[in-house]
Design a protein around this ligand. Structure first.
Ligand code: ATP
Ligand code: MG
Length: 328
């Protein structure tokens, strides 16, 4: 087997939710266990694109590292690192911003959606507008083959590929052209029916949620009119989303779930779904119990040291190719 290098990551804006698990975490763990080389970036600078509550970032970095460990990332095998602690990332962002047009950045549908969702139309910062360029640097500095992401990230990976090609054309081959890798669940919808479950939109079930919280959230999930449990994407889109989630966490087929709940109302159905989620989360929550805050800190520190070596080497190659690695 060819060992592939993989780069992927998360913003430390809160703990992982179940959309992350099926959208990307599950894939990452599988790739790690198949022997691939994984780099996981905790993108703390990217948090600043849409919020300034900087006092929460450090704690959220730890939440993300905990989420990795909980779901099966092994810090001996995979490299977990913190974006802001690798200064070459900021340097490469600057260089890439010189070869990327404003028009190209303005066309990004995910950024547009995020700006809309936060009502930032007239006040969007330059950093938010151009964060996909920074993300291209996050990816390319580690020269990966694959980038496992949810659907919302596809435009960013496409831009990354364009930047890599343009750089290589201008200065010679430095960067591989990475491929996006989508899971079978590229976009889990929110409990409010919003098209994406998201840490920032108050519509997520977190992997670390306790039993009561899971139950409360599931019971408050939006449903459709008519109390019958049927899977009908056109007539009952919200219930169908919940049945999809039930299928994911229980492994039962859609047909079995519908049969099982024949005659039940939403209340009974949601109770059973909540239980399935609680059972599904249990091993994750138990695995991470053994790790103290100090352990988590050390994992991020050690990983960042390893990532820094790769970053230095790649930055030096980049500058050499650009003929800006001067003798002074
Ligand atoms: P935020 O709202 O703060 O941006 P987020 O929930 O979008 O949080 P990110 O840290 O931005 O999470 O994304 C991390 C990874 O998880 C990305 O690869 C993203 O595509 C994936 N992801 C996020 N939400 C979902 C979802 N609902 N379904 C599938 N994948 C998702
Ligand atoms: Mg996001």
């Amino acid at each position: 087997m060819d060992v592939q290098r993989i780069l992927t990551g998360d913003r430390p804006t809160g703990p992982h939710h179940i959309g992350h698990y099926f959208g990307t975490l599950q894939n990452r763990v599988k790739l790690q266990n198949e022997g691939h080389e994984i780099f996981l970036i905790v993108a703390d600078y990217q948090v600043l694109t849409d919020r300034m509550e900087t006092e929460l970032i450090e704690q959220n970095i730890c939440e993300i590292v905990r989420g990795y460990i909980a779901t099966g990332i092994d810090p001996q095998k995979s490299t977990i690192f913190v974006q802001s602690q690798i200064p070459e990332l900021a340097e490469l962002t600057l260089l890439f911003s010189m070869i990327t047009s404003m028009n190209r950045v303005a066309r990004n549908p995910t950024v547009k959606e995020e700006i809309n969702a936060m009502n930032l139309e007239d006040t969007v910062s330059l950093g938010m507008f151009s964060y996909p360029v920074s993300q291209a640097a996050d990816i390319l500095l580690f020269n990966p083959d694959l980038v496992p992401v949810g659907e919302d990230q596809l435009p960013h990976v496409e831009l990354t590929r364009e930047i890599a090609r343009k750089f290589n054309r201008l200065f010679g081959d430095v960067f591989k052209i990475p491929e996006a890798m989508l899971s079978d669940v590229p976009r889990l919808v929110g409990l409010d029916g919003d098209n994406k479950m998201s840490k920032s939109r108050g519509n997520a079930i977190f992997l670390k949620d306790d039993e009561d919280t899971v139950m409360k959230k599931v019971k408050s999930a939006v449903t459709d009119s008519g109390r019958e449990i049927v899977y009908d994407r056109a007539k009952k889109p919200n219930l169908s989303n919940l049945i999809d989630l039930y299928h994911l966490v229980s492994g039962k087929t859609i047909e079995d779930i519908v049969n099982l709940h024949n005659g039940d109302g939403y209340g009974e159905f949601k109770e059973a779904l909540g239980q399935e989620i609680i059972t599904f989360f249990k091993p994750f929550q138990e695995r991470v119990l053994a790790y103290s805050d100090k352990d988590i800190n050390k994992i991020a520190t050690d990983g960042t040291k390893r990532a820094a070596l790769v970053a230095k080497d790649m930055m030096s190659k980049t500058k050499k190719a650009m003929k800006i690695q001067y003798g002074f």
